[in-house]
Design a protein around this ligand. Sequence first.
Ligand SMILES: [Zn+2]
Length: 332
Amino acid sequence: MSIARNEQTGDITHGHELRALDEKTIRLTAYTCPYDLCNIKATPCSYRETNIKNSHFRYNDKHLIGCGIHDKKNNDHNNGDEGKNKNNSPPTPYISKLNLVVDNPANRKQNKNHNKDASQEDPRPRTASSSSIKPIIDYYENNIDIAKNQQLLIPTLGTKSYKEWFQNVINKENIKYVQPCIFHGKLFSRSNIFINKAGFIYLKFLTKHIQNAITLEIDTNNWKAGELSVFKKEFDIEKDKSTKYYNLKKQNNQPAEEYLYIYFLGHVKSDTVLTTNSFKLIYFAFKHATILPSSNVGYTIPVKSAQPVKSAQPVKSKLTTFLITMKSFLNL
Ligand SMILES: [Zn+2]
């Protein structure tokens, strides 16, 4: 895990993303430490197809005083057993915006100037944005208590707290997801990436009975070749870890405590199918079972009386429609 800020766009960039970019773009882009008081140069590494290691950022210089990396709370998780900080990479700062639209060069310049001015006038850290989901997940998982109530803007979908955006894919019968969310859930450990002729990948979430499993449909039709290969590679790395882990657990007759997780910004296609379409909005991780705080308004579970239990939303909107109809009927 390593991050840097793209000085042209202002976006926080995850090291993994580098391999999906072409070499020229990487060479022409300046990357720095995302903490305003630091801002030292970050060097993109292992971003060529031929590199065996994952692409990442390396910081050769010492981070300056005032950089987020010096905060005590950050040091704690940077010294974790994942060896997260071996590239001297800072922790992910608070991200307040997910940039869904790929910017054009004209906007880039404007963004840059705007950001520079803001930093001169205001010594507080700029709010950070990201064009991929990875830094958002990193930030949330490492700062749950603070982050759950912080706001995140996803253009066209709105601004909500981290807690409201996140939705665990829960293994419950008849569950119906009702709105776009940052979904996260366990996949079947035998999952595979197979792209069908129409350009779709289908993955199933872990359930006791596979026929009840929620499916994720990934539309890869607008992906670049580089993105597809990074996507497959990331999946393979995480799946490999999971296969080794499960084999070992089986041999020793121990229960599993780690799972193959997927995170994605997704929409609801039907009662049992969620859908997503951007390489940057999907993230795999083999890790300890975790449930991120979520407000659970993203689903309903119909009970025998056919009343939604979890969310009052559909009832409310039906009532509103009824009132509007009545009003117009009564000519009010
Ligand atoms: Zn720094």
